[in-house]
Design a protein around this ligand. Sequence first.
Ligand code: NAD
Length: 411
Amino acid sequence: MTHSGSSAFAEVNEKVHQAGEILGLKSGVIAALSSCEREVVISIPLRKGNDVEVLTGYRVQHSSARGPRKGGIRFHQDVDLDEVRALASLMTWKTALIDVPFGGAKGGVAVDASLLTLIEKEEIIRRWTRSLVHVLGHHRDIPAPDMGTDSQTMAWLMDEFHRLEGFQPACVTGKPVELFGAPGREEATGRGVAQIAAATLEKNNVKVKGATVAIQGFGNVGRYAALVCQELGMKVIAISDVSGGVVDKKGIDITSIFMHKTLESVQAEERIGASEVLEINCDVLIPAALGAVINETNCARINADFIIEGANQPITIAADRELRTQGVVIVPDILANSGGVMGSYFEWTQNIQEFSWPIDKFRRELDTRMEKAFGNVHKVSKKYSVDLRTAAFIVSVERVARAFELRGSLV
Ligand code: NAD
């Protein structure tokens, strides 16, 4: 993934610096908030026939100023230390923005998840957990799923953690509902993305009913975002995954394709390439797959009025600037996809209290808290006359800096 020659972590830090300067923070505090507290790199030997392939795994803990570190684990061939740092940092800003008592972390393994057998996937996550158990735990650092990992992966992680440390289901979130997961968590990120899309249309006096939507990604985030957009009355006219995209200007019936593992087998009016979906003429574009997919090479061809960032860092800083001058309204990742970590917070608290919520309560709490974060970001964007991304960073950087200083970490 390319971030215009600069690194993904440098791009996040550019926003941290900008927010820090607007807030008048001391340069040392900005420097502390721009570095990671701990970075662990591990090797993961994986049996391959009679031989062994050695993979590289990561856990980066960016900040614990506001609570235990929290963040997903990504299995993807492009995972590297810079990307994991960037994603760990984004988790710090995301958890602060929605005001849950967590810090930020991220993990990953550089491997193409689509080529792994189930047994290999299990071996990898168990080894990852064994190597990192000393820095994990429900009050230290709590992993969750991300690209290439899912609730089954989290079940293996929890099982391995229990073998080593004893019963502690809150050590990981995004687990299967049958194994200490929370009903509502799986859909939470996509649901939040769709709710934010609807709220953005309303805020800009565009009718939600019939608004056209294009989505890149048909995994956990894209799939549920599509379903809830449809439930809210929007028309999903294009959706793509790694195998390519499907288009139907009358609106794709998401319910009928929801259970398909990939879009390859879906019958459609028109088929397009995996990244062409980004250039479809629509009201709302939701990138919900990889980072840096909207960059200087294609931003002039973006044909949407609103972009809701389902994925993390889908737009490079340069493209973000360019799109805003074209009048495109962009809702940043740390707000738009924060329903995932909000849902993880609900799962974590339920595990700790050994008490489970019905799904209606989960959804109600999620919607109310997302609405509150959305309203706050808009208020701050008006107050400082800045775009929504800058406003979101102002809110979160102020909260983390305050916690950092109150803890006395400077002395
Ligand atoms: P996933 O692995 O479930 O799905 C990823 C999807 O992207 C798949 O449909 C895959 O086919 C598609 N994809 C991969 N390469 C593509 C390409 N080149 N073109 C088009 N599509 C492509 O992952 P996910 O959990 O849905 O995560 C997607 C994004 O959302 C990531 O950026 C992740 O960090 C972010 N995110 C996820 C969560 C969560 O709770 N899962 C929370 C917040 C943010």
